[in-house]
Design a protein around this ligand. Structure first.
Ligand SMILES: O=P(O)(O)OC[C@H]1O[C@@H](O)[C@H](O)[C@@H](O)[C@@H]1O
Length: 252
């Protein structure tokens, strides 16, 4: 049913890049923040300025991870060590929290200004899953999940949400650890062997694999199908509508 193996009773959807067209908003905000920082860092250290690559660096170090983990992971890739700082740090502070706060301000400005677009094929899939009696949760590293789902008009489509805010409150390890997806399955009353994971990020498919979920669907929006498979996707599609029965699509 719906392109899923028998025995699957629920779906765990990542949000940015799977349900909503917000992965590009995040990638642009990361680039803008890191390039500002890297210019300052080059001026301070005398090393050349090498910009953040919004595709390669984003996919490898940042995508799918909680905000602070993304900041730490990219800085580590450049051999840069900054103090952690604290959550209230100003946006120009040269700390992990300061850089992360700057990136979040950029994301929120764009979301509030431009709103959020969905992927129509994903919305059709979620509705088909509901009609088929499958349970549905959103499992996103983003602390802006509630805001994004609401701006996209999707809030009512899901029975549970495990996001960056919940993960912090419950001390859940971020993706690529499986903990957030395990919490999503639990919130739906399902075992991992009864749930499918839908992910566009390498860290996310790795989390699905690590949690031994029934099925991991890799959603390839950027031409990284092989990498999604290598990190744990059982199947890769470019849009969730590919998993829908064309007859159901015609009737919808
Ligand atoms: O900064 P936020 O909204 O808490 O989101 C954290 C991360 O959430 C993930 O869903 C995105 O793939 C990342 O790009 C993003 O950085």
């Amino acid at each position: 049913m719906l392109g899923l193996p028998d025995g699957v009773r629920g779906c765990l959807f990542d949000m940015d890049g799977v349900l909503t067209r917000t992965a590009t908003v995040h990638a642009a905000a990361w680039k803008s923040m890191f390039d500002e920082f890297l210019r300052r860092w080059a001026g301070r250290t005398g090393q050349p300025f090498v910009p953040f690559d919004a595709v390669a660096d984003y996919d490898r170090y940042v995508d799918g991870k909680e905000r602070l983990d993304g900041t730490r992971s990219f800085l580590r890739s450049r051999g840069i060590s900054l103090p952690e700082g604290s959550p209230g740090d100003p946006q120009d502070a040269m700390t992990v929290h300061g850089l992360s706060n700057r990136k979040n301000a950029l994301v929120q400005t764009v979301i509030d200004r431009d709103g959020v677009e969905t992927f129509p094929g994903s919305v059709r899939y979620v509705l088909a899953a509901r009609d088929a009696g499958l349970r549905r949760a959103v499992v996103s590293s983003s602390a802006n999940t509630e805001r994004v789902l609401s701006a996209a008009g999707l809030t009512g489509h899901f029975e549970a949400r495990v996001d960056g805010v919940v993960a912090q409150r419950r001390h859940l390890a971020g993706k690529p650890a499986p903990d957030m997806y395990l919490a999503g399955a639990e919130a739906l009353g399902l075992k991992p062997s009864e749930a499918a994971v839908f992910e566009d990020a390498l860290a996310g498919v790795a989390a699905g694999r690590a949690g031994r979920f029934a099925f991991v669907v890799g959603v390839d929006r950027t031409g990284q199908a092989d990498a999604l498979r290598d990190h744990g996707a059982d199947i890769v599609v470019s849009d969730l509508s590919e998993l829908l029965d064309p007859r159901d699509e015609a009737a919808r």
